[in-house]
Write a protein that binds this ligand. Structure first.
Ligand SMILES: NC(=O)c1ccc[n+]([C@@H]2O[C@H](COP(=O)([O-])OP(=O)(O)OC[C@H]3O[C@@H](n4cnc5c(N)ncnc54)[C@H](OP(=O)(O)O)[C@@H]3O)[C@@H](O)[C@H]2O)c1
Length: 407
């Protein structure tokens, strides 16, 4: 019989419960691949178990509580006491990653968090370990399943945002309070973690501007459908010039044939681009109890097998405040002479150049749909602010970014 490794589990909810079951079911296999047999040394929930006793009995602590209080305190204590920690908690990592890495160094412990980004897809391992020694140019993708489900349903059946959200809640793809998913905050936390790993820069959550999908209207998707485009909420972390990176979350039109275009429903997908590998795309379930638990179990096996992943944050790259993107602009206007000229004048004053214009409808139904060439996001935002004040607009202007290859 091989040596036992004691695993303490914090949380017995969706993921905690699934992880405990999986650990018991797969104990033989874990023993075979890692050389040690895992045993659950304690489980903590709100009204069951005692953290100090669990800590004293565990070599590995698996944190599946969520949030930062008391998770931050528990994880810090565990790492400082030399216990290896596996967590699925993106908020904890996004807000306190550097402090936790420092605690792990102090305690000589490992900190692993594969399940914190893109659920069952092994994206952390790929960025941190498989590609750990090559210069990554860009990591981007669909890292929130709730919003991808909503956008897929809006495109497929013409539902409004509100109807698609309700459907997602009924089917369990969205929580009762979906705010952090639909406004982009959840994706921003995940991109903070990915950007730190990919570029070795101590990106803070506040450095990541995010937009959600609440403003997307069925006619944006109808327009996309007509041109064969898809609309996705993307998280993007990329190098900008020689000395900067940019990390953002925004809804975006993708051209047909883009590797992220066919990713539908609650699935996630992440692409990594680097000169030496061209590009890699990974897709799969981004959430779910057993899916997330399998990523947690993979981390437990890695911890037992030994070998700390790379986690250096010493790159001298700043976080860029502005980047270039192409935009689609949707304006509902009164159909009268001079409208287009006034819009074009504002765009011109801000050095925004128009690639195509289509007018739909007449009279009270007139709509202008414009696509811009890539432009500084700041200049486009300045133009949009001025356009929003034009008297002939029947509703506020709507803009969506475009990944413009082949558009
Ligand atoms: N669900 C997913 O699909 C998914 C996917 C990826 C990542 N994650 C991450 O996995 C983590 C767990 O998510 P979940 O969906 O399993 O959450 P959950 O179902 O709400 O379960 C949370 C568990 O933590 C316990 N807990 C909460 N506050 C506590 C406290 N102060 N002290 C001790 N225990 C406490 C709860 O205890 P009670 O049982 O007493 O309430 C419950 O057992 C989160 O970080 C989440 O972001 C989840």
């Amino acid at each position: 019989m091989s040596e036992v490794v004691n695993v303490g589990i914090l949380g017995r909810g969706t993921v905690g419960g699934a992880f405990r079951r999986l650990l018991n079911e797969r104990a033989d296999m874990v023993e075979e691949v890692s050389g040690r047999r895992p045993r659950v040394s304690g489980v903590l929930s709100r009204n069951r178990g005692d953290f100090d006793r669990l800590l004293a009995r565990s070599e590995i602590v698996v944190e599946l509580i969520g949030g930062t209080d008391p998770a931050l305190d528990y994880v810090t204590q565990a790492l400082e006491a030399g216990r290896h920690v596996v967590t699925a908690n993106k908020q904890l990592l996004a807000q306190h990653g550097p402090a936790l890495v420092a605690a792990a160094r102090r305690g000589g412990a490992q900190l692993r968090f594969e399940a914190a980004v893109a659920g069952a897809i092994p994206v952390i391992r790929v960025v941190q370990e498989s590609l750990g020694a090559i210069p990554i140019e860009k990591v981007f993708g669909i890292v929130n399943g709730t919003t991808n489900y909503i956008l897929t349903e809006m495109a497929r059946s013409g539902l409004s945002y509100e109807e698609a959200l309700k459907q997602a809640q009924t089917l369990g793809y969205a929580e009762a309070d979906p705010t952090e998913d639909v406004n982009g905050a959840d994706a921003a936390a995940k991109m903070t973690i990915l950007a730190r790993l990919a570029f070795g820069v101590p990106v803070k959550l506040n450095d990541v501007p995010y937009e959600g999908i609440e403003q997307v209207k069925p006619d944006d998707l109808a327009y996309a459908k007509e041109l064969g485009l898809s609309l996705k909420l993307l998280g993007v972390a990329e190098r900008v010039g020689d000395d900067a990176i940019s990390v953002r979350v925004f809804p975006c039109f993708l051209y047909p044939g883009h590797p992220l275009s066919p990713i539908e429903g609650a699935f996630n997908a992440v692409m990594v681009e680097a000169p030496t590998i061209t590009e890699i795309t990974m897709s799969g379930p981004g959430a779910g109890g057993s899916e997330t638990a399998s990523a947690v179990l993979g981390d437990v096996v890695s911890v037992i097998s030994g070998g700390s992943p790379l986690f250096e944050e010493n790159a001298r790259l700043r976080v860029a405040r502005d980047v270039e993107m192409a935009f689609y602009l949707h304006l509902e206007v009164e159909d009268r002479p001079g409208v287009l000229a006034q819009v074009a004048e504002i765009l011109g004053q801000n050095e925004v150049s128009v690639r195509s214009v289509v007018q739909r409808g007449r009279g009270d139904d007139a709509t202008l749909i414009m696509v811009m060439h890539p432009v500084s996001e700041k200049r486009f935002a300045a133009a949009l602010k001025k356009i929003a004040r034009l008297k002939f607009l029947r509703s506020p202007p709507r803009s969506i970014r475009v990944i413009e290859e082949e558009f």
